[in-house]
Design a protein around this ligand. Sequence first.
Ligand SMILES: Cc1cc2nc3c(=O)[nH]c(=O)nc-3n(C[C@H](O)[C@H](O)[C@H](O)COP(=O)(O)O)c2cc1C
Ligand code: SF4
Length: 412
Amino acid sequence: MSAPDSPFDPVTIGPLTLRNRFIKSGANEAMCLDGRPTKALLKHHGDLATGGVGMTTVAYMAVAPEGRTLPNQIWMRPDILPDLKALTAAVHAGGAAISAQITHGGSFVTGMKVKGRTISACSGFNPAGMLKGNFLQRAMTTLDMDRVTAEFVAAAELARDAGFDAVELHMGHGYLLNQFISPLNNHRKDEYGGSAENRVKFPARVLAAVKQAVGDTTAVLAKINVADGVRQGATVEDAIVTAKALQSAGADMLVLSGGRNVESTWFMFGSRMNREEIVKVLRQQGEWLTALMMKMVAASERDTPFREMYFLEYSRRIRAEVDLPLAYLGGIKSLANAEQAISEGFDCVVLARALLHDTALVNKFRSGELAESGCDNCNGCVAYIYHPAGTRCVMNPPNDPALNRVAAAAID
Ligand SMILES: Cc1cc2nc3c(=O)[nH]c(=O)nc-3n(C[C@H](O)[C@H](O)[C@H](O)COP(=O)(O)O)c2cc1C
Ligand code: SF4
């Protein structure tokens, strides 16, 4: 009998081979300037590459300016190609691959005012847009769908031209493509609404178009929800339908996440938000109203004691039903967790907080220096997506704010 795969073994995902199976999850870095990557972003992902990951994911790269939820997120346009190239070069120099999480917020635009109504699966009141006056959303027409599909394709082509090895289409957490998949948002009466098969049609169409455009050279991934975690939300049975449709559309691998930014952050993180830290950071930035709103949202959260590998039961259900590569995500804390996920048939493991806490964790696992992450799942880091120096672990020294004021490709 051959030995089971190890998380340190290489793996092939479509046209891409990774040196090992550890992937840094897309986690909003807040390291850009006018939608352009900064030196801080370059350092962060360069550190992850030298720290041993097989691939790192640059979070939330919006395919259109109004697709950002916060102003400090990347907006994909030809103008930033030199900065994207500097970023991919830094990661490749560290021996890792790099993935671009391309996305559109749809009606989930919390930190900017969008001209007119935000787009979504359906029309109506938009609770997520209240802070910046995006009170109303409108249902996308077929023309909107064509335009957004073209925006995803253009973003994927730009990522490929900049040297990214993979693109990850964000279809979870409540962003635009998830607004189609989730029955919490999608009440359409046409062929894009109703059954789980219908709800995934538009996201699958976007993925197929991206695959056709860049799939020869670039791995095409999608991040989906194993479930929304709330009543009336998408279930694991829906996720199985979604996974099958995305496999048919050509996905090279699915990253299995869960939860929604508005309704169920506790489900996404397997633990409560850190209300105190969020309010502290937002107040420092003068965002009093947002701080108040966050306090109210956090107060309504379900108290969830953290559990390692908190999506495992859901993810196993999907693993049993589809045969495309799947990446396990959610509460990986130790080498033993990673080994278990691989031994259960997941092709990769995806980590956010453990790698935010220690960018060299994979090398430390490999050398035996550490068997477990020191991250205590306090969720303090989530507050720093609002900080001008960028996201960081509260246990680590502060980031250098100067690095976040210089474009990635600027000559030193
Ligand atoms: C500070 C922070 C920012 C995040 N931002 C994003 C994001 O931009 N896109 C995304 O898909 N997930 C985001 N996430 C969620 C993570 O990718 C991941 O799904 C979640 O943290 C669970 O994985 P973990 O248990 O390994 O941390 C973020 C997480 C953290 C901690
Ligand atoms: S702030 Fe640090 S210790 Fe707390 S959850 Fe984030 S990475 Fe882990």
